[in-house]
Ligand binder design. Structure first.
Ligand SMILES: C[S@@+](CC[C@H](N)C(=O)[O-])C[C@H]1O[C@@H](n2cnc3c(N)ncnc32)[C@H](O)[C@@H]1O
Length: 272
């Protein structure tokens, strides 16, 4: 099946016109008869310039001390937790990429194994959901020592903007996922500006979503990416009173929520 991609007019993002989409929902019933796709990188999304950061020092230095903060507000976290509840099955194996001291997994759901990854061991050691964790700079090395097909789900929360080699990271996630496994990439409009890549910093909300969609499309075998948005301010912004209150700092807006989701090879049908 052919899919038209939307063109992004940014000097930091390569554009493409068409790709062949991989197995999607309409194919899931007969996926076992189909050859499962390879997970190879088909094309690079970012230009060299798009990968650059204002702070050029190693990311490990930036994250050398723990930050025991939450990076997004309660509304964002609750939307994300609900999404996890909906998409992740209990008793499965989960890898939380670029994680910290907090988990956004539903606290009442039991998973078989939750592995964390990040850059600060002190933060990760405080995360109550992790069975164990790995410290690795993904901008230096994108390969994990886990065997292929180790996880049912891989998560990346409010961190994708720091990846300078996203195509290789998405390729590695594909390798780590079991067929039918899901990769959920969520983000808002907040970031450590100096550490976000140029293609992200200089983008809009729309282009950032498209960027993550393109990261998925760059790897052969991911299903067509789904986009989930929850923009709490969209309604409030229309009210003149809300606008005035916000102008004087009397009403704080909520963090917009975006998630881009795709599956390795096919999207399974989950039981209720
Ligand atoms: C904004 S925090 C988000 C933490 C967590 N996902 C959450 O939802 O609270 C960004 C995280 O990305 C991780 N990170 C940033 N650059 C990284 C890199 N080059 N390699 C691996 N992890 C990185 C840091 O360890 C940090 O925990």
């Amino acid at each position: 099946m052919q899919t038209n991609l939307q063109l992004i007019s940014s000097p930091h993002v390569r554009t493409s016109i068409k790709i062949v989409s991989t197995l999607n929902e309409s194919h899931q019933s007969n996926h076992q008869q189909q050859p499962l796709s390879s997970g190879k990188i088909k094309r690079l999304v970012l230009t060299q310039e798009g990968r650059t950061k204002l702070n050029i020092y190693p990311d490990r230095d930036f994250y050398s001390y723990p930050r025991f903060v939450t990076h997004v507000d309660d509304g964002f976290i609750s939307t994300l937790t609900n999404l996890y509840r909906e998409r992740l099955r209990p008793d499965t194996e989960v890898l939380d990429l670029m994680s910290s001291w907090v988990s956004h997994l539903p606290s009442d759901v039991k998973y078989k194994r939750v592995v964390g990854h990040g850059l600060n061991a002190q933060e990760l050691s405080m995360n109550p959901r992790l069975d164990f964790f790995v410290v690795k700079d993904l901008n230096q090395d994108q390969r994990f020592e886990f065997e292929s097909c180790s996880f049912d789900a891989v998560l990346c929360t409010v961190s994708v903007q720091y990846l300078q080699q996203p195509e290789k990271v998405f390729e590695e996630v594909f390798r780590l996922l079991k067929p039918g496994g899901v990769f959920i990439v969520s983000f808002s409009n907040r970031m450590f500006y100096e550490k976000a890549i140029s293609a992200w910093r200089e983008g809009s909300a729309y282009s950032r979503v498209q960027l993550v969609v393109q990261y998925f499309q760059s790897v052969e075998g991911f299903t067509e990416a789904e986009v989930v948005r929850n923009l709490p301010n969209a309604q409030e912004n229309k009210s003149p009173i809300g606008w005035i209150l916000r102008l004087f700092g009397l009403l704080s807006g909520s963090d917009p929520f975006y998630a881009v989701i795709a599956y390795r090879n096919f999207k399974p049908i989950l039981d209720d």
